[in-house]
Design a protein around this ligand. Sequence first.
Ligand code: IPE
Ligand code: IPE
Ligand code: MG
Length: 234
Amino acid sequence: MKRKLKVIPVHVGIIMDGNGRWATKRNLPRIAGHKEGLKAVRRVVKAADKYGVKYLTLYSFSTENWKRPKEEVEFLFKLMEDRLRKEGENLHKNNVKVRFTGRREELPKELKKIMEEVEKLTSKNTGLNLVFAINYGGRQEIIDAVKKIIKKGYTFQDVNEQLINKFLYLQIPEPDLIIRTAGEKRLSNFLLWQSAYSEFYFTDVLWPDFNEECFYKALLSYQRRKRKFGGLIE
Ligand code: IPE
Ligand code: IPE
Ligand code: MG
């Protein structure tokens, strides 16, 4: 296949959706879909690195996902913990810098611990910046930023875009491209502030079936976008 990508998005965000449907279609429990979804995570991390994407943010658990059955929520956290334990070293060897975004304090202790370990282990790496959004909500992120701003004693005159940016969970570039799998066309509280000028790519492919080819197609679609940011193109 031809690899004719000229413009590579610096930051790609992915709303990894459709694990449950993938499993249900096969008469499997939903958790089987989450397990299979992890394989897609591995494929996409590799692909992002290969195509020179600098930042990859993966929406892994939203602040609204607590509404799901307790068993599913617990399984998801266990799965993340287990994978991070197993893959941390491997990511480190591949020069990947891992970070997390979201309300960490509400997560299980063991998961938080391994998150901190992997973050620390990979903190000096200079390759792909991999961000897992866990217990993340865009509204919550803005609320948390506003709280910090007030606590620091900033005044009415101080408030502007730069100040809010400064108090978001992570100081990284905004997503150029946001991919959502499984046919749904909504943001579901993902990176609300940062997606103001993101390009969107939707595919019906269910997340566990997502592979390098699918990622490439999204990048190819991005090539054709005319980004204007409110201005005009020369
Ligand atoms: C995405 O798959 C994974 C998470 C939200 C954790 P879903 O679990 O939402 O799958 P569907 O949407 O039910 O198919
Ligand atoms: C969004 O998917 C959250 C993640 C992918 C982690 P959901 O499946 O939770 O979104 P809704 O409920 O369909 O909007
Ligand atoms: Mg879903």
